[in-house]
Design a protein around this ligand. Structure first.
Ligand code: ADP
Ligand code: MG
Length: 263
């Protein structure tokens, strides 16, 4: 508390409730097993509001499993995961509470193929939030403009390129007004010429202060946007550092090997 005392001058600390905390995600001593397979081992990761974390690591190291645990698409068996001050447990009400605040974008877009782009974006606001249809559509158009494809609103996902579909997926998440965005290799299914249009949207979100965890091998993006890079291998966080240090001065042999293979 002492070192923050100066910064907090003029702030009435007695008015700060627990929900004013600056911690967005707190993962403490967390383990997960798939059956007998110990997939995540003693994960400790605290993400502050506004932080942009990039998670890198070899295929199978547990990156997807880790971020899927953050909105309980996967269950952990040991330790704690606290998101926006809510601990994730088997209590489904709390899981819903967390999911309302956490957007997720997947490698394969996961749009509903039989719904128009606009309907993809309004479905959850209307049915989960109870937002009136006209308002949900206005919000959807706002975010489709932000990802630069408002003219595609009445088309179906199959009529769009991969890069466009991924931008719809991001817009769809933003329509729920998330406090945290999770990205799981959002560009790795895209042709090279479409990667930038998706990364540009992500950079924009970062610049606006969105709390983000991004699993990605786009190391240019990591350098530009991340304030921390986390390296995972075999279910463990092996090292973490700010990007310049991470890339120029990796500490562990496994990190060096990984970087030599992807850079
Ligand atoms: P990454 O995203 O880093 O490639 P994953 O989190 O997808 O890694 O997977 C980590 C490990 O867990 C891999 O060995 C994978 O085969 C295994 N795994 C992933 N999902 C399941 C599942 N539903 N059941 C059993 N094993 C799984
Ligand atoms: Mg993965």
């Amino acid at each position: 508390v002492q070192e923050t005392g100066e910064v907090l001058t003029g702030v009435d600390r007695s008015k700060m409730t627990v929900s004013d905390t600056d911690v967005a995600i707190d993962i403490v001593g967390m383990h997960k097993w798939y059956g007998d397979f110990h997939v995540l081992r003693d994960i400790n990761l605290r993400v502050m509001r506004g932080e942009r974390i990039v998670i890198a690591g070899p295929s199978g190291s547990g990156k997807s499993t880790l971020i899927r645990c953050v909105n309980r698409l996967e269950e952990h068996q040991k330790g704690q995961i606290i998101v926006n001050d809510v601990e994730l447990t088997s209590d489904l009400k709390r899981v819903d509470e967390v999911r309302r605040e956490v957007g997720m974008v997947f490698q394969h877009f996961n749009l509903f193929p039989h719904l128009s782009i606009l309907e993809n974006c309004t479905l959850a606001p209307i049915w989960v939030r109870g937002t009136p249809k006209a308002e949900a559509e206005a919000t959807a158009m706002h975010f489709l403009e932000r990802v630069k494809i408002p003219e595609q609103a009445l088309k179906f996902p199959g009529q769009l390129s991969g890069g466009q579909q991924q931008r719809v997926a991001i817009a769809r998440s933003l329509c729920m007004n998330p406090k945290i965005m999770l990205f799981d290799e959002p560009t790795s299914a895209l042709d090279p010429e479409m990667i930038k249009e998706v990364l540009d949207v992500m950079v924009g979100l970062a610049e606006e202060g969105m709390t983000m965890i991004c699993v990605t091998h786009e190391m240019g993006f990591a350098r530009q946007v991340a304030n921390r890079v986390i390296f995972m291998d075999q279910g463990q966080v092996i090292e973490q550092n700010e990007p310049e240090e991470f890339f120029s001065n990796p500490q562990h042999e496994r990190t060096k090997l990984f970087l030599s293979q992807i850079l």
